[in-house]
Design a protein around this ligand. Structure first.
Ligand code: DAH
Length: 339
């Protein structure tokens, strides 16, 4: 029986130290120490021994059981430790690795230019206002001295949403809304989107951007208009650029002018960009027509004013030498990433 015990103990020790995971250990525990285990079975055989031998043998079997049990506990702990170690190793984050590059968003070139324009006029004391994109015929045309039969009202130019409701064709609509709600002195700008039923090509888009300006006060003259707009042109294009005021016509201003700057591409010699002219038109302006002041309840005998409408898209394409306006609206990441 002693030899049997020794053989079982040796086999158990060998098995336990070779076990590779907790499942195997548990199987071994059952095999040797369980209710029907081999060591337990030995204890049951004690009845066949002499009374003197019984306690000795009992002691031996119990010792063996304790030994195997201790081994199992030890092996279990070791395996657990090993498993934890492996898990930690597999989950380790190498903080010395360089991080993956993430894309950082930027401002659209139109937003960059709009913000710059706002900065320039704010520094001259202008308030920034917002106007609705869906306008009425009243604000977009009627109060701006655009008569009923003016070609600008043609269905081909204007997107009508309903009778007398339209997508504003010019930010000038904001002028009237401002003069209705503010008393002079008025000094405001209103940047925003405008809409016209134009065919899309390199220089036309049905959606584009304008920045409207309006100044109304006592004693405002054409000199104020010229001073402000010349200053603006130099801030945008630099001091070396030449500024030219050219007589023009707008129904809501009298007199009216268009403002050109010397071509940013060729400096005025004439090139493809300025179509050989040497000049690039950047805005329309003029002294607010007395009819417009009157339609807003401002007495033209007391107050005068000037207004201007800057083409933001034009400023953007000339500043960044963008040859096709469509690039501004396609939002190709490769294009936008350059700004
Ligand atoms: N609204 C004009 C346009 O879309 C631009 C303009 C011209 C605005 C003269 C003005 C102005 O305020 O005084 O072509």
């Amino acid at each position: 029986m002693k030899e049997q015990l020794e053989a079982i103990r040796l086999a158990a020790e060998k098995g336990v130290s070779a076990a590779l995971d907790e499942k195997q250990i548990e199987e071994l525990r059952v095999k040797y120490l369980g209710k029907k285990g081999e060591l337990t079975a030995l204890l049951k055989q004690m009845g066949s021994l002499s009374p003197e031998e019984r306690p000795k043998m009992g002691q031996l079997v119990n010792d063996a059981k304790a030994k195997v049990e201790a081994l199992i506990t030890e092996r279990k702990a070791k395996l657990k430790e090993k498993a934890t170690e492996l898990k930690l190793k597999s989950e380790t984050i190498d903080i010395t690795l360089p991080e993956k590059a993430t894309d950082v968003g930027g401002l659209h070139p139109l937003s960059i230019v709009t913000n710059d324009l706002i900065d320039i006029f704010q520094s001259m004391g202008f308030d920034v206002l917002d106007g609705p994109e869906v306008e009425t015929d009243h604000y977009n045309f009627e109060c701006l001295n655009v008569p009923e039969d003016h070609p600008a009202r043609d269905m081909q130019d204007t997107f009508y949403l309903a009778d007398k409701i339209l997508l504003r064709t010019q930010t000038s609509a904001a002028q009237v809304r401002t003069m209705e709600t503010r008393k002079p002195p008025i000094r405001i700008i209103c940047p925003g989107r405008v809409f016209r039923a134009d065919e899309v090509d390199a220089t036309h888009s049905p959606v584009f951007h304008q920045l409207e300006g309006l100044v109304v006060d006592k004693g405002v003259t054409m000199c104020d208009l010229m001073g402000v707009l010349e200053q603006f042109a130099h801030e945008i294009y630099g001091d070396s650029v030449n500024v030219r005021f050219r007589p023009s016509f707008f129904p809501f201003t009298e007199p009216s002018v268009e403002v050109d700057v010397s071509c940013t591409e060729c400096g005025g010699k004439g090139c493809r960009v300025c179509k050989g002219e040497g000049w690039i038109e950047i805005l329309g302006a003029g002294m607010v027509h007395p009819n417009v002041l009157r339609s807003c309840g401002i007495d033209p005998d007391v107050y005068t004013g000037f207004a201007f409408g800057i083409g933001i898209d034009r400023i953007t394409t000339t500043r960044y030498k963008i040859s096709d306006i469509r690039l501004l609206f396609e939002n190709d990441k490769r294009f936008l990433e350059q700004f």
